[in-house]
Design a protein around this ligand. Structure first.
Ligand code: LLP
Length: 433
């Protein structure tokens, strides 16, 4: 999972401007990252609003042939400014906790109307909050949850719109930690049981059977598993209708992968339309409203983590670049052996290349961003950009080693706005006694 290329093409939000002497300076849209690093410090998450919107629109366009709502998966990046940007496009949201729902409501109270609530462990408090907010759909994952939901709805005298998250038993090639559509996984309900639960749900006047939902995993780049899952879902819709259920929604989940090696925005338009065709194929003629829950494919390539090299060191045969970002800021390489391209913010073509590990200061061997990576020669004090870090970067960050989390900056045209302040020591100890 760690291919290496000498000069990877950049995602379109992050490109080099090159001066007369051939020196390159990496920009986010039109703003040099050196300037942002000086102004806001490092490590620093930088996102491009235009890239997020471009990707959202490409998604939306690809599904034009059928009625649909894109429910951006908040877990990928839950910053309020990013949610606000998407809410302004009338985007819906996929949430998996009371906290995520509160974020959506904070941004726009009426956005709750387009919220789907997924997850295997919804608590009574979370269910009550979602009922009161009037969300679009509960994706129910077990018999116990169905019972709890009916009880909560009855207490509040509200009707809960539900879909069962069915487990299509479709294998998808991705990291085992983020594959979800197999029988052995904790997610969803096996098809046979789903029919029984739909029957039970229909008997409760506090539950309104409204849809069928599925999510087979994340970072899936081959579209075949999506078509296979949707074929099964289409059969389920027909069976349920034959049994008298009024199925309006099909929720196809998220999961469309991105290329962490290289992909331009135009490639995304192509990838998303291939994906859309494979999702829609089995649904034509079914007269359903399609819900989609993309996360990574909307925000991943729109963000980078900017970090400064603190030290260079050599242990025997190995070179290390010790940077000021660490696994607490971006855990994907440590957790999933994920590959992220790492490029110098200032590129000097007269310099050669080096093979090096890029590591953080945290006291764990797993604290690395790259291993034995061939990359341009850089020096202490230089800046690096870790690309495709907009999804599951900041949202998976922690304070491990008592490290305050990075600031986040959103670039919109020529302006850069801090959308989350860098944490301070006071933030770290807040609530401790
Ligand atoms: N819907 C459901 C029910 C999900 O569980 C997920 C992701 C999504 C939608 C959004 O999937 P996406 O379009 O972003 O692939 N931390 C991992 C990814 C975990 C994904 C969890 N569920 C990573 O950094 O790769």
């Amino acid at each position: 999972m760690s291919p290496s290329r000498k000069t990877p093409p950049q995602p379109s939000a992050f490109t080099y401007s090159t001066d007369k002497r051939g020196q390159g300076s990496l920009l986010c849209d039109q703003i040099p990252l050196t300037r942002l690093a000086e102004r806001f410090g490092t490590p620093l998450y930088v996102y491009s609003a235009s890239e997020i919107l471009r990707r959202y629109r490409a998604f939306d366009d690809a599904f034009q042939p059928i009625p649909h709502t894109i429910c951006y998966s908040v877990k990928a990046n839950s910053n309020l400014a990013i949610l606000r940007l998407l809410a302004k496009q009338n985007c819906g949201f996929d949430v998996v906790s009371g906290g995520e729902l509160q974020r959506v409501v904070q941004v726009n109270r009426s956005a709750a109307r387009n919220v789907v609530f997924s997850g295997v462990g919804k608590t009574v408090v979370e269910i009550q909050a979602a009922l009161k907010a009037g969300i679009l759909l509960f994706n129910v994952e077990s018999q116990s949850e169905l019972r709890t939901l009916a009880e909560c709805a009855e207490k509040l005298k509200l009707v809960a719109p539900i879909a069962l998250r069915v487990n299509p038993d479709v294998p998808a090639e991705t990291h085992p930690y983020i594959s979800t559509g197999l029988r052995e996984h904790k997610f969803g309900v096996p098809l046979a049981e789903a029919y029984r639960l739909y029957g039970q749900a229909a008997e409760s006047k506090w539950l309104h059977v409204a849809g069928v939902s599925v999510h087979i995993g994340s970072q899936i780049t081959d579209v075949k598993p999506f078509s296979a899952a949707m074929e099964r879902v289409a059969e389920v819709v027909l069976d349920l209708r034959a049994q008298g259920h009024k199925i309006k929604y099909v929720d196809a989940g998220g999961g469309l992968g991105i290329s962490y090696i290289a992909r331009s925005s135009d490639d995304f338009a192509h990838a998303v339309s291939t994906y859309a065709r494979s999702v829609m194929k089995s649904l034509r003629g079914l007269n359903i409203h399609l819900l989609l829950e993309p996360g990574r494919s909307i925000v991943g390539p729109a963000g980078a983590l900017i970090t400064r090299i603190i030290y260079r060191k050599r242990n025997g045969q190995k070179n290390f670049l010790v940077v000021d970002a660490a696994m607490n800021d971006l855990i994907r390489p440590a957790l999933y052996q994920a590959h992220h391209e790492i490029v110098p913010v200032q590129r000097d073509h007269s310099l050669g290349t080096q093979t090096t590990d890029v590591v953080g200061p945290v006291c764990e061997t797993g604290d690395f961003f790259a291993r034995d990576r061939e990359m341009p020669e850089v020096n202490e004090g230089d800046l690096l950009a870790i690309l495709d870090a907009g999804a599951y970067g900041m949202s998976l960050s922690s304070n491990y080693n008592s490290r305050p989390r990075p600031a986040e900056v959103l670039v919109q045209g020529k302006t850069a706005t801090v959308i989350r302040k860098r944490e301070t020591f006071r933030d770290l100890i807040r609530g401790e006694g």
